[in-house]
Design a protein around this ligand. Structure first.
Ligand SMILES: Cc1cc2nc3c(=O)[nH]c(=O)nc-3n(C[C@H](O)[C@H](O)[C@H](O)COP(=O)(O)OP(=O)(O)OC[C@H]3O[C@@H](n4cnc5c(N)ncnc54)[C@H](O)[C@@H]3O)c2cc1C
Length: 467
C-alpha cells in the first residue's frame, strides 16, 4: 500500500514541477519580448488596482508579455508588500517583524524600459475610462484589473499604509500578548488556530481560549484536518469554546468596535455568562474591498458576500441589468477584470489561487488586445490551490491537500528550519527584492543547512558525537 507521505510528496511534486516548467517557459519567452518591446509616449494603460499576491504577480506577468503600445500601471496604497503568512506568528514572536514588509522596488526587475509604472496612491473611484486617485490624479485605462483583496481586523492585517507603522503595530501586539495572562482568540479558522497555538506554545503558562461560532474549528476544511487541529489544540492546552459568538465588553476602550485587539474586559456568551480576559485577538470578519466598483457597476457586487461577481474569464460580471447601471458602464465590464480575495471566482481565498488567476487575466488581456475574443480562457481552480500549510505551535505543522477524488491527504512536519523561518526568503524572492532588511532572513539553501544542523544535533544527542 502506498504510504500517505509518499502520496503527498508525489502530488506536491507533480504540481510543483508543472508550475516550475511553466515559469521557466515564461522566463524564456520574456527574453525575446524584452528585446522587441518599444516604449511609446502614447502607450495605453493596463491598470492594476492592488499590489498584493494577486496584483503583484499580475504586474510581473503583464510586464513580461504586453506588446508595444501598452504598459502596466500598478496602483497600490501601501509602502511595502505585506506578507500575511507570517502575521500570526510575528504578532507573538519578537524580532523578525521588519521582514514581513517587502519592498516593491524590484518587483518588475528585468522588464523592458517604459513598460511599467508604480503609483503609490489609493484608488477612490472607477469610471468607464478612468481611475480616480486620492491625490486628485486620474489615470486612463484601456483594461483594468481590480485586485483590492479584503479587510481583516488586526493582527491578521493592520490598518496602516507605512512599513514603520506596521512594525510598530506588530510590536504593540507582541507586547500586549507578553503582558496578558488570559487571552481569548476569536475565530477558529487558520489564522485564529495558528495564533492561539503559537501563544500557548511560546507562553505555556498563559490561559489561552479559542472561541469559534461553528461546531468545529477549521469548518471550511475537511473533517480530518478539523480532527487533527482539535487534537493539537487540546494537547497544547488551548481551551476551545464552540458554537459561540460572544460580544466583547472592553473596559473603557472603543477598540472593540473597530475590531482591534482589546483588553482588559469580558466576553458575554449566549447564556449570559461572562469570561474576564486581559486581551482579545479578533481573527474573524474578513470584508472584501469591493466598494471601489459601487458607482460604476453596483450590481456587480454580491450583496451577500460583498465580493465582485466575475465571469469564468474573470471579466467582471455586471450583474442583473438595472436602471442604476448605464449601458456604457455595462460595456466597460468587458474591459474590467477582478481576481484574488475580492472576486467571487469559485477558487479558494489563498495566495496560490490568486497567482493562478493572474495567469488567466494576463492571457485574456493579451487575447483582447489581439482582437481574439474566441481565445479567452476560463479559470477553474486546481486542487493544489486549496492546499494549506498550518502551523500548530512553534514546533509542528501540517500540510493538507486533497486528491482528485476529494480525499484529504496530509504531511506532518516537526521542527524543520522552514517552519521557524516561514520560508520568508522565497516570499522576498518572488518580489525580486534584495535580502537587505535589518532582520536576517535565511535563503532557501541556508534553511536547508540549518535543518541539517538540527538533525545532526539530535543525532549526536541520541547516539553521541560522530567522529
Ligand atoms: C494572517 C493571514 C495569513 C494567511 N496565510 C496564508 C497562507 O499561509 N497561505 C495562503 O495561500 N494564503 C494565506 N492567507 C490568505 C492570503 O493572504 C490571501 O488569499 C491573499 O492575501 C489574497 O491576495 P489579494 O492580492 O487578492 O488581496 P490582499 O492580499 O488583500 O491585497 C489587496 C491589496 O490591494 C491594496 N488595495 C486595496 N484597496 C486599494 C485601493 N483602493 N487603492 C490602492 N490599493 C488598494 C491593499 O493595500 C493590498 O495591498 C493568509 C491571510 C491572512 C490574513
Amino acid at each position: 500500500m502506498v504510504s500517505e507521505s509518499w502520496e503527498f510528496y508525489t502530488a506536491a511534486l507533480g504540481a510543483m514541477s508543472s508550475l516550475a516548467t511553466t515559469r521557466i517557459n515564461q522566463k524564456l519567452q520574456s527574453i525575446p519580448h524584452s528585446l522587441a518591446y518599444q516604449a511609446t509616449a502614447d502607450a495605453k494603460n493596463v491598470v492594476i488596482i492592488g499590489g498584493s499576491y494577486a496584483g503583484a504577480r499580475l504586474a510581473q506577468r503583464l510586464t513580461e508579455t504586453l506588446p508595444t503600445g501598452y504598459r502596466a500601471v500598478l496602483i497600490e496604497r501601501n509602502s511595502h508588500f505585506n506578507h500575511f503568512f507570517v502575521f500570526p506568528r510575528f504578532g507573538v514572536v519578537k524580532g523578525k517583524e521588519e521582514a514581513a514588509f517587502i519592498p516593491y522596488d524590484n518587483l518588475t526587475k528585468g522588464a523592458p524600459q517604459g513598460i511599467f509604472q508604480h503609483i503609490r496612491a489609493t484608488a477612490t473611484e472607477i469610471t468607464p475610462k478612468k481611475v480616480k486617485l486620492s491625490n486628485g490624479d486620474e489615470i486612463e485605462y484601456e483594461y483594468l484589473t481590480v485586485a483590492t483583496g479584503s479587510w481583516q481586523p488586526a493582527p491578521s492585517k493592520f490598518d496602516v499604509l507605512e512599513k514603520r507603522d506596521g512594525v510598530k503595530a506588530f510590536q504593540a501586539t507582541q507586547k500586549a500578548v507578553e503582558v496578558a495572562k488570559s487571552i481569548t482568540v476569536v475565530g477558529g479558522g487558520p489564522v485564529g488556530v495558528q495564533m492561539a497555538s503559537d501563544i500557548k506554545s511560546y507562553y505555556p503558562t498563559k490561559d489561552v481560549t479559542l472561541v469559534h461560532s461553528r461546531e468545529n474549528v477549521m469548518n471550511a476544511f475537511g473533517p480530518r484536518l478539523q480532527g487533527v487541529v482539535a487534537d493539537s489544540l487540546k494537547s497544547l492546552g488551548v481551551s476551545v469554546l464552540l458554537g459561540e459568538r460572544p460580544s466583547v465588553k472592553a473596559d473603557g476602550s472603543s477598540a472593540a468596535e473597530k475590531g482591534q485587539n482589546v483588553g482588559p474586559g469580558s466576553l458575554v456568551f449566549r447564556n449570559g455568562s461572562q469570561k474576564a480576559y486581559d486581551l482579545v485577538l479578533p481573527c474573524t470578519g474578513q470584508r472584501p474591498n469591493s466598494s471601489i466598483l459601487s458607482h460604476l457597476l453596483p450590481s456587480a457586487i454580491d450583496p451577500k458576500s460583498g465580493q465582485i461577481l466575475v465571469r469564468p474569464t474573470l471579466q467582471v460580471n455586471p450583474g442583473p441589468a438595472s436602471e442604476k447601471t448605464a449601458d456604457s458602464n455595462t460595456a466597460a465590464s468587458n474591459r474590467i477584470f477582478s481576481l484574488g480575495d475580492v472576486a467571487q471566482t469559485g477558487g479558494p481565498r489563498f495566495a496560490r489561487a490568486a497567482r493562478a488567476q493572474a495567469e488567466v487575466v494576463t492571457s485574456n488581456i493579451l487575447s483582447l488586445i489581439q482582437g481574439q475574443k474566441e481565445k479567452l480562457v476560463e479559470y477553474h481552480p486546481a486542487m493544489y490551490e486549496g492546499a494549506i500549510k498550518l502551523t500548530l505551535g512553534k514546533e509542528d505543522y501540517v500540510f493538507c491537500g486533497r486528491t482528485a477524488d476529494g480525499r484529504e491527504i496530509m504531511k506532518f512536519g516537526k521542527e524543520n528550519a522552514s517552519n521557524e523561518n516561514f520560508e520568508l526568503a522565497s516570499a522576498w524572492k518572488e518580489l525580486r527584492a534584495r535580502l537587505d532588511t535589518p532582520t536576517p532572513i535565511r535563503t532557501g539553501w541556508e534553511e536547508r543547512v540549518a535543518a541539517f544542523d538540527k538533525h545532526k544535533q539530535r543525532f549526536n544527542a541520541t547516539w553521541g558525537t560522530a567522529r
